[in-house]
Design a protein around this ligand. Structure first.
Ligand code: NAD
Ligand code: AHE
Ligand code: ZN
Length: 369
């Protein structure tokens, strides 16, 4: 079949809307009609050329929701008409990772996914015979996408896809990092670096966990109002201080926070986030994604004296088994999504969504197909 998709032809270039050929789903694969997709900073990161796994030309996008159009041979858990959220972290339930009970990272399709290919090592997308790469196993910036069965979470049909698409990455990542990775407890003190879709979701998660103090940090003060709405008790602009931000936070909190979250992708701030943690027990969670060749550093003494450095991918959430519960929590009013959708537009305007993000004017733009 043919459909419209936004093509990333090369690093740093604007996306181009093109007609692409989409091959039928093969064994274990599913054709999804995309209804909506968010635009996450990771899409911009890969488009910039900073992603070591970035390959071009590709169809980016990983925060989508849609409807199953057709299934390939052997697919048993999904049928046409089912509502689904594509997962960049698949869940096969059978690999060493899935069985470990220790991680949401699944190894079943991760290797080919990182090369922009389907599990059989080929692409389902092409233009005039030229293969176009997949992205994160999801490629949601396309009217239709082919996704492995194990990388689709089936969700309730009454959930609005133009909202719950954000559970495909940003909101789940932030809330999950708090509840699954850090396991923030009631009364805790939390610092959140970066107040985009991820940082605001961390704040939402921290409030759900009953954190007593939530310190929100950003250089764009326009983000503070929404941070407060989600539960931030203090908003801090590092530019207002001569002292390093970690010292500012330590001074504000009688020695440091119990938990900090880096939601920017800046290796200097990852260090600040670790070093603003309380001696003896403070834990810092890296969520932000940093470019090729970048490294984090700190004095080992920071760890020797009890601070803990961790990372979190997709909030530690196992997509097939746990994401339907997140959708249910949204439907029951336990998780807020609507305020995150600051802009909506059609696929033809997708470059504007990237501009709004870079200017700091959006939290999430949702593309409606
Ligand atoms: P975003 O662009 O919407 O938000 C980033 C925020 O950081 C903005 O508010 C910006 O003003 C702020 N910021 C930038 N530089 C700053 C600085 N020097 N000091 C303080 N604040 C600063 O991005 P997002 O979509 O929320 O994503 C945030 C990060 O999380 C990105 O690196 C993204 O790639 C990553 N991410 C990781 C996962 C994961 O599973 N680990 C999932 C989604 C996104
Ligand atoms: N490809 C990059 C790393 C990108 C990365 O860290 N991705 C996050 C999700 S970001 C979603 O917005 C993630 O979950 N990573 C775990 C995984 O298996 O990809 C690189 O550095 O090579
Ligand atoms: Zn994302």
């Amino acid at each position: 079949m043919k459909c419209k998709a936004a093509i990333a032809w090369g690093p740093g270039q604007p996306l181009k809307i093109e007609e692409v050929d989409v091959q039928d789903p093969q064994a274990g694969e599913v054709l999804v009609r995309m209804v909506a997709t968010g635009v996450c900073h990771t899409d911009a990161f890969t488009l910039s050329g900073d992603d070591p796994e970035g390959v071009f030309p590709a169809i980016l996008g990983h925060e989508g929701a849609g409807v199953v159009e057709a299934v390939g041979e052997g697919v048993t858990t999904l049928k046409p008409g089912d509502h689904v959220i594509p997962l960049y972290t698949a869940e096969c339930g059978e690999c060493k990772f899935c069985k470990s009970g220790k991680t949401n990272l699944c190894s079943a399709v991760r290797e080919t996914q990182g090369k922009g290919l389907m599990p059989d090592g080929t692409s389902r997308f092409s233009i005039d015979g030229q293969p176009i790469f997949h992205y994160m196993g999801t490629s949601t910036f396309s009217e239709y996408s082919v996704v492995p069965e194990i990388a689709l979470a089936k969700i309730q049909v009454d959930a609005p896809l133009e909202k719950v698409c954000l559970l495909g990455c940003g909101i789940t990542t932030g809330i999950g990092a708090v509840l699954n990775t850090a396991k923030v407890e009631e009364g805790a003190t939390v610092a959140v670096f970066g107040l985009g879709g991820i940082g605001l979701s961390v704040i939402q998660g921290a409030r759900m966990a009953g954190a007593a103090r939530i310190i929100a940090i950003d250089i764009n003060e326009a983000k503070f109002e929404m941070a407060r709405q989600f539960g931030a008790t203090d908003c801090v602009n590092p530019k207002d201080f001569d002292a390093p931000i970690q010292q500012v936070i330590v001074d504000m909190t009688d020695g440091g926070v119990d938990y900090s979250f880096e939601c920017i992708g800046n290796v200097q701030l990852m260090r600040s986030a670790l070093e603003c943690c309380h001696k003896g027990w403070g834990e810092s969670i890296v969520i932000g994604v940093a470019g090729a060749g970048q490294e984090i550093s700190t004095r080992p003494f920071q760890l020797v004296t009890g601070r803990v450095w961790k990372g979190s991918a997709f909030g530690g959430v196992k997509g097939r088994s746990q994401l339907p519960g997140y959708v249910e929590d949204y439907m029951n009013g336990k998780i807020e999504i609507d305020p995150f959708v600051t802009h909506t537009m059609g696929l033809e305007d997708i470059n504007e969504a990237f501009e709004l993000m870079h200017k700091g004017e959006s939290i999430r733009t949702v593309i409606l197909f």
